[in-house]
Each structure stands twice: as C-alpha cells, then as structure tokens.
Design a protein around this ligand. Structure first.
Ligand SMILES: [Zn+2]
Length: 424
C-alpha cells in the first residue's frame, strides 16, 4: 500500500504522521528543480498565497483542491474522535471567500484554515467518517495556471484509519509543544518588578475564528482588539505587569494559555470572548468561572463550544493530562475558586453600570481555559455576535472604552486588599 511504503522511505516529521508533500510532488512528475524550490518555498519571502480552495466529489470519493501561488511542501495526518484530516503547510496567506469551508461535500462535512503557529498554516477537514488517502500531489504552476494541491479521499474503516494514521512514538512531554510549534512557546521567567501579573487571553485565533457576526465580524479579531485596549489601560495604572496570550492572529491551544498564566506566576487570568447563540435576540455580557457542574444549560453548551477550540484546530488531545488528585492542590484550587468568584462578582458589578448584561450574568461551567488550579481565572463573554446590536457595539471604540474601563475598575477592586498590604 502506497502509504506505508512512503512512510518507510521518508519517515516521520514530528506529529505529522504522513509527510507526503514532496514525495507526491516528485511522484506526480514534478521536475527536480521544482521540487527543490518547493523546499525553499516554505514561509518564503513574498509569501505563498492560497487563492481558491474547494471540495468536490461524493460519498465514495472526495477531492480537496487548493490553488497556490507556488508549490509547497505539505504533510497530511489524521485524528479520530471526531474524524479529522489535517493538512500542514508552511505559512501561507489564505485569500478565500468568507463562507469557504462552512459546508463540505461528500466525505468532508466542513473545513477551516488559518495560521496554526508562527510559520505554520493548517487546513483541518472534518470528515463524516474514517477515510483513506487515495492520492495526494502538488501540480506545479503551468501556463498561468496556479500550482494545485490535490488530496483524494475514499471511504475506509476505523481499523484501517487507525493504521494509516497511527501516531509514532514520541517523547511524552514534548508532544504538546511540537503540535503547537515553537513560536508560541514563551521563554518566561516570573517577572521581577514585584507588581502582580495579569494575563489577558483573547480567545481563539488563527485557524480557529470563534463566532462570526452577521456583518462578518470575527470573534478572534474583536477580542484581540479588546484585550489590547484593556492591556494598555491597565499598564497606564502602573500597578501591574500585563501580558497577552497572543498579540496576533495565531492559534494558541487552550492548555498553552493556562500554562502561560502559570509560568508567569499570574495573579489573575481573564479570557475574553464574544459568543453566538441560535436565538438572535440573546444579547449582553456574561462572566464565567470554572465549575465541575455547569450553572445552566446555556453555560454548559458554551463551555463545550469554547473547549472544542483544540479539536477544530486539529490538536491531538489524547495525551492531555487529567486533573491531578492531590490534597494540597485541592486546597489551592478551592482558594483560587473563591478568588475567581470574587473577581467575577466585581466584574459583573462594574459592568452592570456600564453596559448591558445578560440575565443571570454570573455563570459557571467546565471551561478548560480556566483550569489553572493556582491562578484566579474568569472568562468574560463580551456579548453576542449573533445579535445585530451586540455586533455593532463590539466593534464600537466608544463601547470598548466604557467596557474596558469597567473591567479595569473591577481588577482594581480585586487587587486593592493585596496592594494595600504589600505596598506599605
Ligand atoms: Zn469564544
């Protein structure tokens, strides 16, 4: 079988089980010079553009096609539960229509694309079931036609999917880092200023856009703008060291966000989101804390959506560590929970006089991004992009000023007792 042979010859790079790109390019008759330039094309100057991408075919055979400004070296891997095919590319620019990938065809139910880590772009295809890659190749650009990446899928079985996409043995702790790329790894030492550290976490990013508004507003963009304004505001007070988990449109896995807060010895972690709901009339802000049992159905559904970020981006979660059972950790966790609830109350209190809140604005559920046992953490849903009024507000600088003022005031209330003690 083609696959196994190719793997045997070319081995495995990191988490990518089947690194076929160059191999297939050669197999498809691409001249050697082309293959060489494909190698250097990775993250090249000027940038590789994806100008079109589509899925064709039916339930027995489905083809994914992407038009590229030049050939690329790519790799394909698969993950089950749910079934996904992941195409890793060097950093490319996707110039695609807004709705591209929202619906699929044949064996592909939907797909998405974007930056996965600095220097690495990715396409994740949601598959309706187990598949086999029948063919995959890059056609070089000819006669003004773009280069073309083609991947053909056929229906398969779970057993054969598992064999085809079996993960190689890899060093245990490094797994997550590899999947996330080195660029987002923070070389952090807890800061020396003595000021409390606040980590602001703009949700989503890169391949994971989060919610989308009627007018096309992307959650990943509004929350980054919001977090950046809030950071500046907090820094102006001169009392805190403020960090963002991301400063650009790149994907950061949920666990990585938690790890950043812990590595920085943060005293506060605020994850910032903007939700969507099936009912377009739902609007207003909500503040969430972590709880094992969700406060209500809406909170449970939201946590499930937010927790799916890594799944959407094709991150392998099978080696994520579970919660540690340890009495000291439990004690810390309880204390942290109290601080988190205190903060969520303070934020709700301040927001109430500044902006519109949802009914019962203080809620809780099992958000993975709030799981640092020793960092008080809350998740603020600023509003609903599925509501037209909220969407307008979320992009309004005036609203952003008011809302960041309120949250900064709540953070002030949170730290006042600590700063008073430590300062004198
Ligand atoms: Zn979100």
């Amino acid at each position: 079988m083609v696959f196994r042979r190719l793997v045997g010859v070319f081995g495995v790079q990191g988490a990518c089980v089947l690194c076929l790109g160059l191999v297939m390019a050669v197999a498809a008759g691409v001249p050697g010079t082309r293959a060489a330039s494909q190698m250097t094309g990775a993250g090249s100057e000027g940038g590789i553009r994806v100008s079109a991408a589509r899925v064709a075919g039916d339930d027995t055979r489905t083809r994914f096609i992407a038009d590229l400004s030049e050939g690329v070296v790519y790799s394909v891997s698969g993950l089950a539960d749910p079934y996904r095919i992941i195409i890793d590319l060097p950093e490319v620019q996707f110039d695609l229509e807004r709705e591209t990938g929202a619906t699929g065809r044949g064996l592909v139910s939907a797909w998405r694309y974007g930056l996965f880590a600095p220097g690495k772009s990715r396409v994740v295809l949601d598959m309706s079931g187990p598949v086999k890659i029948d063919k995959s190749f890059v056609l070089p650009p000819v006669d003004g036609q773009p280069a073309r990446l083609v991947i053909d899928f056929v229906k398969s079985t779970r057993a054969s999917f598992e064999v085809d996409f079996a993960r190689e043995e890899r060093p245990d702790p490094g797994q997550a880092d590899e999947a996330h790329g080195k660029g987002d790894r923070m070389a952090v030492a807890p800061p020396q200023s003595g000021r409390p550290v606040i980590v602001l976490d703009p949700g989503h990013g890169g391949i994971d856009s989060g919610a989308t508004g009627h007018k096309g507003t992307l959650e990943k963009a509004v929350v980054l703008d919001f977090a950046s304004v809030l950071k500046r505001k907090l820094e102006q007070e001169g009392l805190y060291d403020v960090h963002l988990t991301r400063t650009s449109d790149t994907f950061i896995p949920l666990r990585k966000r938690v790890e950043m807060a812990r590595a920085l010895d943060a005293k506060l972690f605020i994850s910032i989101h903007a939700d969507s709901a099936p009912q377009s009339y739902v609007r207003g802000a909500t503040v969430y804390t972590l709880s094992e049992r969700a406060s209500d159905r809406v909170a449970a559904a939201l946590a499930e959506r937010e927790n799916s970020s890594d799944v959407l981006a094709g991150v392998d979660l099978t080696e994520e560590p579970g919660d540690v059972a340890d009495i000291l950790i439990d004690l810390t966790r309880r204390e942290t929970k109290n601080f988190s609830i205190f903060l969520s109350r303070a934020i709700v209190g301040e927001l109430r006089s500044a902006i519109r809140l949802i009914k019962n604005p203080q809620r809780s559920a099992g958000f993975r991004v709030l799981k640092a046992h020793d960092v008080p953490s809350v998740l603020v849903e600023l509003g609903y992009l599925s509501n037209k009024h909220d969407e307008t507000l979320l992009t309004s600088p005036e609203w952003r000023e008011r809302t960041t003022d309120a949250i900064a005031a709540a953070i002030g209330r949170f730290f006042r007792p600590q700063l008073a003690k430590g300062g004198e």
